[in-house]
Design a protein around this ligand. Structure first.
Ligand code: NAG
Ligand code: NAG
Ligand code: NAG
Ligand code: NAG
Ligand code: NAG
Length: 512
């Protein structure tokens, strides 16, 4: 069995494919498979749980030789000249002159304020080399930015090509804001679950925590969150770079008007990556119960074999309600689900990525209990179908948030500000360690083939930003922060109160 499988983060969650209707005879095998996967997950490190990783892991790496004229010709303008290292000098001047000044509109979205919170553990002490080196324990690679160039030193291979696409993103960031990134060294762990537990670093006498970058964190960890690789594309599952996906999904939104959408809660995904997803599947409609859901298992092996013909993200906005649920950690599927202007039913998460902290229940999504999913979903759909305009508004606001406040420009701004704030804390002079190599669009793009190459071409920054980065908002004062969290909790509680009332009313109505 292949185990270098990717995780949970299945976009699979969105996959919409009526061609597969599961038959009961498959149930047994699937459960067996689920058990196997869950058992494996106890032994192997986080995030190795996808059914897919076997497919293409080798396609990107190890093909440095295969640079043919043919592939270069196909992608006009990308990379520029694979046999002639001239790419980096092309149109990038060090001191870009921006066409617009900072203005009120250019203040960053509010979730940028969390950058201050994520870096707070080092606010007093700064970051010493000693602290940084402690993060080596689980890191996949070290990024060094020095004099406007990026270098990488790899320690171990990540799942699929997450690391390559993350590095690709950073190379693009330097093209977007040339000459603006500070010198720095940072360590990155490309697995799913956070590893820096805050309880190990509490109190005066404990060592400072290691600063470690990754794609998500949780309330008991200090990992620093950074945009995940899928913003530049997830080639293994044919998910295009975000800028392109988001346009396609917006078109998809127009295909079915909101009121004509199926009036149930929809989910399609791989339930075997985490017990909570198995739990969700128990809420499917059956002869005995109708929880107002339509849940499907995504058969990724088949989907990949058939060239992902049925997994277009833009064809998935057909239900009024779409469920988001985490997998092994946060799920990449989140932004594609939110981008549909269906109302997102958001199962209470354990993890957060960099932007979710800017979203509010009842404004951007509808909160769903994780310890009573079925009743919670049933009520949510009932509420939506009896409050059509409000439900639709929540759907649209969630979709607007993801399209406008998490657009690629802001993703770059987030990286930019995070790296700048982080670099301010460094107490040592960044150096290029032995064995590190510079990464450039050429040396990453030229060896790539197939979808890997296409996605790099599509996500390549072709000219620097004409606009300065948005203005970094100031930190929350502790009181304001507490209020935001309290408001979030209150709104969630409000929904739970409605829910309990609804079921009490139902029970009462049944009494003679
Ligand atoms: C490489 O680039 C130089 C300068 O742009 C050009 O003169 C030369 O013909 C190029 N060589 C090849 C093999 O493309
Ligand atoms: C930016 O600000 C400067 C000085 O305030 C001003 O001279 C310039 O015209 C402004 N540029 C734009 C594009 O608004
Ligand atoms: C859920 O119910 C629908 C409708 O009966 C069915 O088509 C689908 O296969 C079920 N999903 C699962 C995962 O059993
Ligand atoms: C949250 O709810 C409590 C109790 O109902 C209330 O006292 C408090 O003001 C609310 N906080 C916010 C920020 O809405
Ligand atoms: C439950 O019943 C009460 C009294 O009839 C009504 O005011 C309330 O709106 C109902 N709540 C829900 C959630 O249906």
């Amino acid at each position: 069995m292949k185990r270098n499988n990717n995780n949970n983060n299945d976009p699979q969650t969105n996959k919409h494919n009526h061609a597969y209707t599961k038959t009961t005879s498959h149930q047994g095998t699937r459960i067996a498979k689920a058990t196997l996967f869950i058992i494996f997950s106890l032994f192997i490190s986080a995030g190795l749980l996808d059914l897919l990783g076997c497919l293409d892991l080798t396609t990107f790496t190890g093909l440095k030789q295969v640079i043919t004229k043919k592939t270069i010709k196909k992608n006009h303008g990308f990379p520029y000249q694979c046999n002639n290292q001239t790419l980096n000098q092309i149109p990038f001047s060090k001191n870009q002159i921006y066409k617009t000044n900072h203005s009120k509109q250019s203040t960053c979205p509010s979730y940028f304020r969390w950058i201050h919170e994520d870096l707070r553990p080092w606010k007093e002490t700064g970051i010493t080399r000693g602290m940084l080196e402690k993060a080596r324990r689980t890191a996949h690679f070290r990024i060094i930015i020095l004099n406007g160039k990026v270098y990488v030193k790899k320690y171990r291979k990540s799942i699929q090509t997450r690391d390559d696409f993350t590095l690709w993103g950073i190379v693009q960031l330097l093209r977007w804001y040339p000459g603006r990134l500070p010198d720095l060294e940072l360590l990155f762990d490309a697995d799913d679950r956070p590893t820096v537990r805050s309880k190990d670093f509490l109190g005066q006498h404990h060592p400072a925590p290691p600063p470690l970058f990754r794609y998500c964190s949780d309330d008991v960890s200090l990992d620093i969150v950074f945009p995940d690789w899928s913003f530049w594309g997830w080639a293994e599952v044919n998910i295009k770079p975000w800028a392109k996906s988001v346009v396609a999904i917006e078109e998809g939104n127009k295909m079915t008007s909101w009121k004509e959408r199926v009036a149930y809660a929809y989910w399609r995904g791989n339930p075997f990556v985490a017990p909570t997803r198995g739990d969700l599947l128990r809420c499917n409609v059956s002869d005995q119960e109708d929880w107002n859901t339509r849940l499907y298992i995504q058969d990724w092996v088949r989907e990949s074999r058939e060239g992902f013909k049925n997994s277009n993200l833009e064809n998935q906005c057909t239900h009024r309600y779409k469920i988001y649920i985490e997998g092994w950690a946060w799920s990449v599927s989140e932004k594609y689900i939110m981008a549909c202007d269906s109302m997102t039913l958001y199962v209470r998460p354990k993890f957060y990525d960099f932007y979710i902290r800017g979203m509010m229940p009842l404004q951007h999504y509808w909160p769903i209990r994780d310890n009573s999913k079925c009743t919670s979903l049933k009520h949510a759909v009932h509420w939506g179908n009896t409050h059509l305009d409000q439900a639709r508004k929540i759907g649209e606001e969630g979709s607007r948030f993801i399209r406008e406040e998490v657009k690629m420009e802001y993703v770059y701004d987030y990286m930019f500000h995070l790296m700048n704030e982080y670099a301010k804390l460094l107490k040592f002079k960044p150096e290029i360690p032995w064995g590190a190599t510079e990464i450039t669009p050429d040396n990453m793009g030229c060896p790539a083939i197939g979808r890997w190459r296409d996605f790099m071409a599509e996500s390549m920054v072709m000219s620097p930003s004409e606009v300065a980065p948005c203005e970094m908002p100031s930190p929350y004062d502790p009181l304001a922060l507490r209020e935001v969290l309290e408001r979030k909790a209150n709104l969630t509680r409000q929904v739970e109160i409605w829910e309990d009332q609804y079921f009490r009313n139902l029970t009462n109505a049944k009494k003679p």
